[in-house]
Design a protein around this ligand. Sequence first.
Ligand code: CTP
Length: 394
Amino acid sequence: MKTVLLMITGGIAAYKSLLLIRALRASGVRVVPVMTESASQFVTPLSVSALAENPVRSKLFDLEAEAKMGHIELSRSADLIVIAPATANFIAKIANGLADDLASTLVSAARAPIMIAPSMNVAMWENAATQENMSKLGERGFLSIGPTKGDMACGEYGFGRFEEPEQIHAAIMEQLGAAPLAGKHIVMTSGPTHEPIDPVRYIANRSSGKQGTAIANALINLGAKVTFITGPASAARPEGAHIVEVETARDMETAVNAALPSDVFISAAAVADWHVEACEEKLKKTTDGLPTLCLSENPDILKTVCASKNRPKLVIGFAAETQNVVEFATAKRERKGCDWILANDVSPKTGIMGGDHNAIHLITENSHESWPEQSKTMAAKMLAERITDEIAKW
Ligand code: CTP
């Protein structure tokens, strides 16, 4: 297991380091947190310890902690040292070799690579001293990520903003060489599609997109580059994915074709099977009787991808069934031509469609296994691990 010594210094962006810790833990990285005294003005050591699943170290002269692991040993335990957020003051300290607290002492004693994620006001970032300090550190081999340009907590706008935790996480995983899906491109669809009847009405389904978002998050955590093509879903969009928003099945097919080639395609969307010969104007009530909706078949995106010359090496479909789940899904896998089918029972009594849990059957060419009912997040992790194992065989 790789170890990151994560140093949190005292800036308003310190709260974002909590998200970074969570992402690192989800990726199986051991996090040893170190906080400067001012960092604890922004986040509590208790939250940091709880998320890192490791006690926070903050004092240089802490007899008890030093007895367990001295600061030199602590510094050597890391595969990578990350300073996030790094304030102008802390950057100045380490650029000048100061070692007057635990964090700066660890930096000066380090043998592991060090990555700095600066966060400060735009004027502080542009200050010649800060720029000089950053250049010095760069020349000495320190890595850096960010800052980016944007709105700041102080109300100003410009460079100095802490890089997003997802990006820092990705940079850390790349640096650690610990991301099993690094360099892999995964295209996936998610959510429902909406098929317009007229300018104000549409046909839809109950898909929330939660399972798709959870899968994308799990894959991103393992380092994959994910193109996430989603219909109008209620679920949050996965952070760190390239998001393509579409409305209809036909738009989704165009977006998928544009996103290929990829290593893996996951078809998690509940794609409408039919579209309506839509009216340009709103349908009006008339005395001539009820309107007739003329349905035409939508493209079967999954089947088309399986048959295309750009067919990814691993294609995974879903099967939403309300009866004979495994039997119907097994036949569906063959009919569509995909490698794996994840089948689930979407009868209203299961609460799966739109809910937070899922009970999945994984059907492959030669096997069938039933996963326990679990949160969509856990099911996504299981799938991401299966995909990782499969790719490792290539
Ligand atoms: N799918 C697709 N394009 C469609 C319909 C479905 O890409 N027009 C994909 C879904 O994303 C899913 C798989 O095909 O991965 C199976 O979808 P499902 O709704 O279970 O099956 P259908 O193909 O629609 O067949 P049926 O409605 O007869 O069960």
